[in-house]
Design a binder for this molecule. Structure first.
Ligand code: FAD
Ligand code: SF4
Ligand code: SF4
Length: 662
């Protein structure tokens, strides 16, 4: 005989303002099996949980339904509370009357009716719940970090310093990410290389860190605590153990016609190359699409001059499989393509550049040795125009609706650094609004205006074209003075919107991690779990989760590392008991379930089965509960209704549907 208790939460006014919570409790009390129903302001609070506990004892409840927020938020809270007061935690059901009801409805009558229906469905389900026992699974004490920018490096260092092994998989030839392309960094103006390269060296030297550069994640299997990952180590054609990093090969390579990615195409590189002087590892790669020898069998200069005998044209990609307890995504960002922004003339005029290209021009190790010149003719510029929000905060479908967050600050930085080097420069910045909310950020921006006399103009640039004298003609509006402006400039710098790095969708789908409409990885909870993805064991670090500067990236990297350390410190993890179960009497051995199971949890064995009173030996499905993650794919694929999910059985789901349709 079931004795169900129903607890309806007000969630302050979150639910109670739109749902008549008292009526929900009164109505659900009349449901078959329900012996207790009450409402309370905050059910998740200590007092709320005690209220549930008292009712469990007094009314000898056998199951409970909490009508509250999403189970993602507090299912665990209420399960733990039930367990404390003597009820199996899997005899708790949540009716989500906040996200799926009060937050999306305005009409109180309709919302109340829906809340009652949702509560009724949860009661119908809990009546069929059976007590379940969670199992345990071991934890592989090694972490994988995908992406070797500052986020990935910091996360790896923090995990490794706590004593755990970490692998960094970086798809370019060197770790370092975007920060290695920057000149000086706001808000302190210290040189990017001076603060980044020691961390790169430390990561390379750390006994607990293994670097897989020029490598990509190929396949991910398993689950939290026990991921199995295939890593493709792309052929470098240079033996890492033999190469001394002397650089002779790059100097002598006759094929120097490939646009240099690291310098954003501002100069060319050789077919064998190290992306930048401080690269780690300091071992070149041969670009197989550019190398004359690999394409035609002719040349071979690098092999001839390499005294270490490190060149190996026969090298092949290698796949290695490693096991991990946790995975951190730190795949960073790129600037958007500007093909849809013809008005700025980026694709037609060499003197229109992006801010990242300007970083390379300003960098002492950049293509011009730190001398900022007009790319079209190598002359010194006299007037520079910066354009803010190019493709950011853009509601026209050409760009991104979000604010890229870093551009206001790096533009102020670049303007001040330019004035330091070239005090005669005339600098104008066109902006929509200046956003500088970080610590000491507004002071930083004001220095650009007050001390450095940078001319900030609130207005939008409508067109950049070539003037008759070969300079650039900028046409813009000044919104404060309500006038149209035409000015000549030698260089136009576009603060281009940023977006998640290419390939993030593939990574997200391999990890079953979710992404938002802009392809940024989604956190499990924006406020309470900002560095965890909704998929257990997958963590987020850096700009792959959303735009941020270096201080914020480093803080988030540390937070992700601490979550990973917490996980790897455990010897065992509690596993979800809501796993699939095969009723072997009904199983016809078709193997549909095995084919769809993403975790490889289903196998086939010869089993003795009693059917219609007769014993027979037949091939039937068996679920390995340690591997099953309870996704339910097999239950849908099974044509015989043999596969069912404990805690979400077909009977329970149909009982919910019946209750909703009643
Ligand atoms: P990234 O630096 O992008 O690193 C990501 C890494 O992951 C890269 O190495 C990439 O190759 C790798 N990767 C990507 N996909 C894969 C994959 N599938 N598999 C393996 N590896 C992969 N911030 C400041 O605080 N101060 C400044 O002065 C400043 N100036 C800036 C100026 C400009 C023009 C720009 C564009 C940004 C500036 N920033 C500044 C912001 C700063 O660059 C970022 O905050 C920082 O680089 C974010 O680091 P990250 O590791 O998250 O990403
Ligand atoms: Fe390495 Fe040989 Fe090239 Fe020197 S010449 S950098 S040792 S591959
Ligand atoms: Fe058996 Fe169903 Fe799996 Fe087919 S799909 S093998 S019937 S459990």
């Amino acid at each position: 005989m079931q004795r169900i208790g129903v607890f309806v939460c007000h969630c302050g006014t979150n639910i109670a303002a739109t749902v008549d919570v008292k009526r929900v409790a009164e109505t659900l009390l009349k449901e078959p099996g329900v012996v207790h129903a009450e409402d309370y302001q905050y059910m998740c609070s200590e007092a709320g949980q005690k209220l549930i506990g008292d009712a469990i004892k007094e009314k000898q409840l056998t199951g409970i339904v909490v009508c509250s927020c999403s189970p993602r938020m507090h299912e665990n809270t209420f399960r733990k509370a039930a367990e404390r007061y003597g009820i199996n935690p899997y005899l708790v059901e949540i009716a989500n009357i906040r996200e799926q009801c009060s937050w999306i409805h305005k009409d109180k009558e309709e919302a109340t009716e829906k809340a009652i229906i949702l509560g009724r469905a949860a009661v119908a389900k809990v009546m069929l719940n059976a007590p379940l026992q969670a199992g345990t699974s071991p934890v592989t004490k090694r972490a994988l970090v995908i992406g070797g920018g500052i986020a990935g490096i910091q996360t790896a260092l923090d995990i490794a310093d706590a004593g755990f092994e970490v692998d960094i998989v970086e798809r370019t030839p060197s770790i370092g990410g975007r920060m290695s392309q920057l000149d000086k960094t706001f808000p302190t103006l210290d040189c990017a290389a001076c603060i980044l390269t020691p961390k790169m060296v430390e990561a390379n030297a750390h006994e607990k860190i293994t670097l897989f550069t020029w490598s990509e994640v190929e396949k991910v299997g398993g689950f939290v605590g026990d991921f199995k990952v295939d890593i493709r180590k792309k052929a470098r054609y240079v033996d890492m153990d033999k190469c001394t990093g002397c650089g002779e090969c790059q100097a002598k390579c006759p094929n120097k016609k490939t646009p240099n990615e690291f310098n954003r195409g501002l100069n060319n590189r050789s077919a064998i190359y190290t992306p930048f002087a401080q690269a780690i590892p300091n071992v070149p790669v041969i670009d197989k699409n550019a190398c004359t020898y690999l394409k035609t069998g002719k040349c071979g200069v690098c092999a001839k001059i390499c005294k270490a005998g490190a060149i190996n044209y026969e090298a092949q990609d290698e796949i290695i499989t490693r096991e991990y307890g946790a995975i951190v995504v730190a795949t960073g960002f790129d600037t958007i393509k500007l093909d849809k922004f013809n008005e700025y003339g980026y694709n037609t005029n060499k003197d229109v550049i992006t801010s990242l290209e300007l970083e390379r021009l300003m960098n002492a190790a950049g293509p011009t040795g730190g001398h900022v010149v007009r790319p079209s003719n190598g002359e010194d510029p006299k007037t520079i125009v910066f354009v803010q929000c190019v493709g950011s905060r853009d509601t026209t479908c050409r760009g991104k609706t979000y604010c890229s967050k870093i551009c206001c600050m790096y533009t102020a930085k670049q303007a001040m650094l330019l004035k330091d080097h070239y005090p005669w420069l005339d600098i104008h910045v066109f902006y929509i609004d200046v956003r500088t909310p970080g610590k000491n950020f507004d002071e930083f921006y004001r220095r650009a205006v007050e001390e450095y006399d940078v001319d900030y103009i609130k207005g939008q640039v409508g067109k950049v074209s070539e003037a008759e004298n070969g300079r650039l003609l900028v046409q813009a509006s000044d919104l404060l003075d309500n006038r149209q402006i035409k000015m000549e400039a030698d260089l136009v710098v576009l603060a281009t919107a940023i977006e998640p790095n290419e390939g993030v969708r593939r990574i997200a789908s391999m990890l079953t991690a979710s992404i938002d409409t802009n392809d940024f990885l989604t956190e499990a909870h924006a406020k309470l779990r900002p560095v965890e993805s909704p998929t257990a064991g997958i963590f987020l670090s850096g700009v792959c989760q959303g735009p941020k500067d270096i201080p914020e990236t480093v803080a988030q990297a540390g937070a992700a590392a601490s979550k990973v350390i917490g996980l790897l410190s455990k010897d065992h993890l509690v596993t979800n008991p809501c796993t699939a179960k095969c009723n072997q009497v009904y199983c016809n051995g078709c193997s549909n379930c095995e084919k769809v199971c993403p975790y490889g949890a289903i196998s086939y064995d010869e089993q003795m089965v009693i059917r219609f009173g007769a014993r027979e030996t037949t091939r039937v499905a068996t679920v390995n509960t340690a591997l099953c993650q309870g996704c339910g794919a097999c239950t849908v694929a099974c044509p015989s209704g043999a596969m069912d999910l404990q805690g979400f059985s077909n009977r329970q789901i149909l009982a919910e549907v019946d209750a909703i349709c009643r």
